[in-house]
Design a protein around this ligand. Structure first.
Ligand code: PEP
Ligand code: MG
Length: 537
């Protein structure tokens, strides 16, 4: 048994489970040539592998439409002919024949002009990975395939991995990399999964199948717990459940200050399902809908229609305002179907509103979808990473252009939809008074604001001790933003992780914050704290 103490918690909770080690595999083919007598055998190997992949994909396609395209590809005659010809004519073994055939088919798609067709190349590589894993007889690690209760242990998890997590099976997450405001942490919190990140050296200490317990709130992981420790954790799990029940009883209370101002408690979500799951916590609305998850889960840029369906469902589910943030991609958030040019400083690079304004047609598809959804609920538009008034005006002008088009087409939307902005760059703080005249609302993004104000990377463990939203520079910036906004009578929310930190609640309430938006899992705790601070309980 070994106990490891971790400095920071990503998402509270107790987990007791088997470890599932998530690692990228080396699937390079063996290069040996084969003799005439082995050719039939290698063609057989390919056909067997293909049959296994077909079954695998059929199962996945039953619940996720994305895999239907994969299924068609693996059964494609061109692929079969190409593999057979490489084995028969070049004496390639099955592995290298598949590897080469997949690269060839993929490159045909990569060279096409049509964006949609180009994007198919990544599906082909995925099919290739599955075939190669079957040929090598190794299971392919895929978080979406986990079908038993586990704690995932990974070097790092990227947003595209975490979106596949099924909370029925994934009971905990432990990663070597990442900080508490990294996207793994945020997604784990949204999903209510206990998570510890940045745990140096843990990856090589554990194997798949090892038993571990974790108290993510306290930052403790126990490897191979002895009987008494296991019982202690079962007890803790029970206590955690009891605390949850106590907090649930406060859900019908509204938070109103002594001066009579209502404080909104909102959730941050990544999709419509998150809203549905959050409904029991009785939130006042959605302070941040991270629309990029919709783009990251897809195999292509989601169309206006696809987005409209999602936003409409979200708007109909949301009890009050639904704040949809336009695409915030770049930085550490990539798209599986879009090649980002390598940048020396991605967090200072081509990201968020910069991409949207450069790719105007794509931006318009998103805005039209949001506007159309505004006919079905109380929807607001929020722009990320704004640094200048011109940028905000330009983004608003694109909204106007879309409104104009929709009017002409006779499609309904909310004429006075609010457009606001994230306050997450130093420039936005310094120009807060001017921005407040132009924006309908502000939402303070402390995750980025802290990293940019302090010049401290939000995901770098080595300098994690310097990353603090309690730094006086960050606190002063927050106070300044709230005052500047209130002068113009606009509401100020916060959707960065600080809003869900119980140690920050008092100070944010004193500063006059109007809306706290956080992961659904934090709402009960913050509500209790606010009710105490406002003297209701
Ligand atoms: C933020 O920066 O505080 C924020 C909420 O946005 P994200 O974490 O998605 O960058
Ligand atoms: Mg941000």
């Amino acid at each position: 048994m070994e106990k490891i103490y971790v400095e920071k918690t990503a998402s509270r909770g107790i987990a007791i489970s088997k470890i599932y080690k998530y690692e990228e595999m080396d699937l390079k083919p063996v290069q040996d040539k084969i003799g005439e007598q082995d050719k039939e055998e290698h063609i057989g190997k390919f056909l067997n592998a293909r049959e296994c992949v077909r079954k695998e994909l059929e199962e996945l396609a039953a619940t996720n439409e994305i895999f239907s395209a994969h299924l068609e590809m693996v059964m494609d005659f061109t692929l079969e002919d190409s593999v057979k010809s490489k084995i028969n004519n070049n004496s390639d073994n099955a592995e290298s024949a598949v590897d080469e055939a997949i690269s060839e088919v993929a490159s045909v798609f990569e060279m096409m002009d049509d964006e949609y067709m180009k994007e198919r190349a990544s599906d082909i590589y995925d099919v290739g990975k599955r075939l190669m894993a079957q040929l090598k007889g190794v299971p392919l690690p895929d978080i979406g395939n986990i079908k038993e209760e586990v704690i995932i242990l990974a070097k790092d998890l990227f947003p595209s991995d975490t979106v596949k997590i099924n909370t029925d099976y994934v009971k905990g997450i432990v990663t070597e990399e990442g900080g508490v405001t990294s996207h793994v942490s945020i997604i784990a919190k949204n999903m209510g999964i206990p998570a510890l990140v940045g745990v140096k050296g843990i990856f090589n200490k554990l194997n798949t199948g090892d038993i571990a317990c974790m108290d993510a709130g306290k930052g403790i992981i126990v490897i191979s717990p002895e009987e008494d420790v296991l019982n202690e954790y079962k007890q803790k799990q029970q206590e955690f459940e009891n605390e949850k029940l106590r907090l649930e009883k406060l859900r019908d209370h509204s938070v109103v200050t002594k001066e009579g101002k209502k404080i909104s408690l909102c959730v941050n979500v990544g999709n419509a399902e998150d809203i549905e799951k959050a409904l029991p916590v009785k939130m006042d609305g959605v302070g941040l809908f991270r629309s990029e998850l919709l783009y990251m889960e897809n195999t292509h840029f989601p169309t206006e229609e696809e987005q409209f369906e999602v936003y409409k469902r979200a708007a109909m589910l949301c009890p009050s305002e639904l704040t949809i943030r336009t695409l915030d991609i770049g930085g550490d958030k990539e798209l599986p179907y879009f090649e980002f040019e390598k940048e020396d400083n991605p967090f200072l690079g081509w990201r968020a509103i910069r991409i949207s304004l450069d790719m105007k047609e794509m931006f318009k598809e998103q805005l039209r979808a949001i506007l159309r959804a505004s006919a079905f609920g109380n929807v607001r538009i929020m722009f990320p990473m704004i640094i200048s008034i011109e940028e905000l005006k330009e983004a608003k002008a694109v909204v106007e252009e879309c409104k104009q088009e929709l009017r002409k087409e006779g499609i309904s939307f909310c004429e006075d939809i609010e457009t606001g902005m994230m306050m997450e760059t130093p420039a936005s703080v310094i120009l807060a008074e001017e921005f407040a005249k132009e924006a309908d609302f502000f939402s303070i993004g402390t995750n980025d604001l802290t990293q940019y104000l302090l010049a401290v990377d939000r995901g770098n463990k080595k300098i994690a001790d310097k990353y603090s939203y309690f730094h006086p520079a960050v606190l002063n910036a927050i106070k300044h933003i709230i005052n500047a906004g209130h002068k113009e009578n606009i509401k100020i929310g916060m959707c960065g992780e600080m809003a869900g930190d119980i140690n920050a609640t008092k100070i944010l309430l004193e500063y006059g914050l109007d809306e706290f938006s956080m992961s659904a899992g934090s709402i009960d705790y913050i509500r209790e704290e606010l009710l105490k601070l406002t003297g209701v309980i």
